[in-house]
Design a protein around this ligand. Structure first.
Ligand SMILES: *[C@@H]1O[C@H](CO)[C@@H](O)[C@H](O)[C@H]1NC(C)=O
Ligand SMILES: *[C@@H]1O[C@H](CO)[C@@H](O)[C@H](O)[C@H]1NC(C)=O
Ligand SMILES: *[C@@H]1O[C@H](CO)[C@@H](O)[C@H](O)[C@H]1NC(C)=O
Ligand SMILES: *[C@@H]1O[C@H](CO)[C@@H](O)[C@H](O)[C@H]1NC(C)=O
Ligand SMILES: *[C@@H]1O[C@H](CO)[C@@H](O)[C@H](O)[C@H]1NC(C)=O
Length: 433
């Protein structure tokens, strides 16, 4: 319920603008990445549970492997019957998805939703998918002529926002999280929560100001630990975002991202599966083992490392190095038990109020409205805001002048009243509301 209101709020304001400007349908701002090739990449969605759901139910909502959902959130997969564990409503999760290139822009198109009797486009978009998609995007993606008639059991494509930006940020390996802005969010708080800077977030999302609105979708770079596997390994290019781990090599190997040094640490996984040998050749070390020998010339460090999965074989490499000082014990991120309640850290926002046009709906709020799409080619690129509706975009320079110039007229109460009425019709909200 709160999530639903959150995104409606933004849709609502943008629809006012839309009607006033008589322009193409407008939406909350979301960062759009143009792309040209067929290659897909990895991305994350920031998703808040709309109700209590089993791990397997959340996974099937996005058609992903439950194991991947758990590891992306540092949840211990060795916990008994973890796939059937019930996750609490309002829990915030990172959902790993594949990001494709469709019609020249990055988006995820592998998610489908089968409609149930009580569904409508806004409940699917704003509640079930937590504002990651808008009712309009659902309508367009599925060529729905009349949104008031949804057949039960209809299989809807749910286009989801994602960006990859070459899986790097400031030339460091990164995975991008599509984050839906919640009413209590500030850009500074989001930056702090994801251990990044305000400047970095503004660059990544091509923002001229720190203003954000409920329902906007930001691309948040999460630093990641990169692997150096040979290109013939089946898991070549493995990238593990900070705060998570991954299961590789046919469930045999578990690779974590060291939160301090961003080094990838791989050890035998906790799952009981039959695996090829994980011992390093000509040594008695197992995958992940490290030995240190202090000598007069320094510290001799020997480690047995994972080097990729090749033809169903776990490749291990013994590495020897002489370091000035012996390294301390490895700092691996702690795995957490499956959450049973929502803590301050796991819930990022609580929507405070029902859908209402804010009484102070004049300048401060409306002038802060961002354009509906921002195009960015690379983290270092200059500002290229877009006009037109997602997924189409055109290149213009400077801030979106249409919106900037339209803002003052919104102070006039008459058009506001008029658009409010139109809006009620558009959203099919009972006037009694
Ligand atoms: C992308 O893939 C489609 C078919 O999957 C193909 O027709 C098209 O030529 C490919 N485009 C590029 C740029 O490789
Ligand atoms: C959509 O469904 C939700 C919950 O099922 C309901 O609260 C809302 O009024 C419905 N909206 C429309 C436009 O029918
Ligand atoms: C993408 O990143 C890789 C390294 O992560 C780099 O070698 C390559 O030049 C980058 N490509 C572009 C187009 O920035
Ligand atoms: C990685 O995440 C941890 C918390 O999970 C944080 O303390 C650390 O600063 C992060 N590292 C980087 C490089 O962002
Ligand atoms: C080597 O690694 C194995 C598997 O992770 C572990 O059980 C064992 O305790 C390690 N031995 C040493 C000496 O670290």
């Amino acid at each position: 319920m709160p999530n639903q209101n959150t995104s409606l709020h933004c849709t609502f304001l943008l629809l006012i603008l839309h009607v006033l400007l008589n322009a193409a349908p407008m939406r909350c701002k979301s960062t759009i990445e143009p792309c040209s090739n067929n290659g897909s990449c990895n991305a994350l969605l920031g998703y808040t549970l709309y109700t209590d759901l089993k791990v397997s139910e959340v996974a099937s909502l996005f058609q992903i492997d439950p194991m991947a959902l758990l590891t992306a959130n540092a949840i211990d997969i060795s916990y008994p019957d973890v796939e059937h564990h019930i996750l609490p409503s309002k829990l915030f999760l990172k959902v790993p998805i594949t990001c494709s290139c469709v019609d020249g822009i990055r988006k995820s198109v592998s998610t489908h939703y089968r409609t149930r009797p009580s569904d409508n486009l806004s409940s699917i978009a704003n509640s079930i998918y937590g504002g990651l998609v808008s009712p309009d995007q659902l309508r367009e993606a599925n060529s729905i002529a009349d949104p008031s008639v949804l057949d039960v059991g209809q299989n809807l494509l749910v286009p989801l926002p994602c960006t990859c930006f070459n899986e790097s940020d400031n030339s460091l390996p990164s995975i991008y999280l599509s984050y839906v802005v919640q009413p209590i969010d500030t850009l500074a708080a989001i930056a702090a929560r994801y251990f990044t800077t305000l400047t970095d977030l503004m660059n990544v999302n091509d923002m001229g100001t720190t203003t954000i609105s409920d329902g906007d979708i930001l691309a948040v770079p999460i630093p990641a630990c990169a692997s150096k596997f040979p290109n013939y390994a089946s898991d070549f290019g493995l990238l593990v975002p900070n705060g998570s781990y991954t299961i590789a090599a046919g469930h045999c190997v578990q690779c974590s991202c060291g939160p301090r040094d961003l080094n990838l640490y791989c050890v035998p996984s906790s799952l009981a599966v039959s695996c090829s040998s994980m011992q390093c050749k000509s040594s008695n070390l197992m995958l992940g083992n490290v030995t240190v020998h202090q000598s007069s010339s320094g510290c001799k460090v020997t480690s047995c490392n994972y080097d990729g999965f090749v033809s169903d074989t776990i490749i291990t490499t013994l590495s020897l190095s002489l370091q000035p000082r012996c390294p301390g014990s490895q700092h691996l991120p702690p795995l957490i038990p499956p959450p049973t309640s929502v803590t301050k850290e796991s819930v990022f926002a609580i929507a405070p109020s029902p859908l209402l046009l804010p009484s102070s709906s004049s300048s401060p709020l409306l002038s802060s409205l961002p354009s509906e799409g921002t195009v960015r080619t690379a983290p270092e690129s200059s500002v290229m805001p877009a006009t037109g509706s997602f997924p189409r975009f055109s290149h213009t320079n400077g801030p979106d002048s249409r919106i900037a110039s339209a803002a003052p007229s919104l102070v006039n109460p008459l058009p506001l009243m008029f658009t409010f009425m139109l809006l009620l019709i558009k959203l099919m909200i009972p006037v009694a509301l």
